[in-house]
Design a protein around this ligand. Structure first.
Ligand code: SF4
Length: 164
């Protein structure tokens, strides 16, 4: 990813963060949003988001199942700074669902515009698809370190289960 593309994608993150912040949906920090199968949803991300996430992600074991995110540890996100758009926008707060759909649509449209403008192509798939791709060793990949909690752990943006 070029610096220009990265800058544009991070601007989409900032706009989405601001839009979510303006609504301030309720979060019970249950961690449910990152346990996909258990709570019957799937986190789709673009190749842009995958690259930004994996550039700075903590070590994780492969293969990754579709059931949940390996960066959730003890209910907390260990990749919060570079988490994908869905993680930034998704909250279970019933009063926020309509706005959540709008912010999601707006953000995705902007990502697609970036792909078009830079001629990168568009690749969008469930999180585990990208996490299971072969990856080059990264500076923070240390086998055996996966039990070491990063210092930056913060509560997840999650709320109660709507009950279906
Ligand atoms: S919020 Fe963090 S732990 Fe949850 S799915 Fe996103 S990256 Fe993974």
């Amino acid at each position: 990813m070029t610096d220009d593309v990265r800058k544009d994608v991070l601007a989409v993150y900032a706009t989405a963060d601001a839009a979510v912040g303006a609504v301030a949906p309720r979060c019970d920090a249950s961690g449910r949003c990152c346990r996909f199968t258990e709570y019957e949803h799937t986190l789709f991300i673009s190749a842009f988001e995958a690259e930004i996430l994996l550039d700075n992600a903590p070590f994780y074991e492969q293969p990754v199942s579709r059931d949940g995110c390996p960066f959730q540890i003890e209910g907390l996100c260990t990749a919060r700074d570079t988490r994908p758009l869905g993680c930034r926008i998704y909250f279970c707060d019933a009063n926020y669902q309509a706005r959540m759909a709008e912010i999601t649509e707006e953000s995705l449209a902007k990502l697609k515009q970036i792909a078009d403008a830079h001629g990168t192509g568009w690749h969008y798939a469930p999180l585990h698809h990208f996490l299971d791709a072969p990856r080059a060793a990264r500076p923070n990949d240390h086998v055996g370190d996966s039990m070491t909690p990063p210092a930056t752990r913060v509560p997840l943006p999650v709320v109660h289960h709507s009950g279906g």
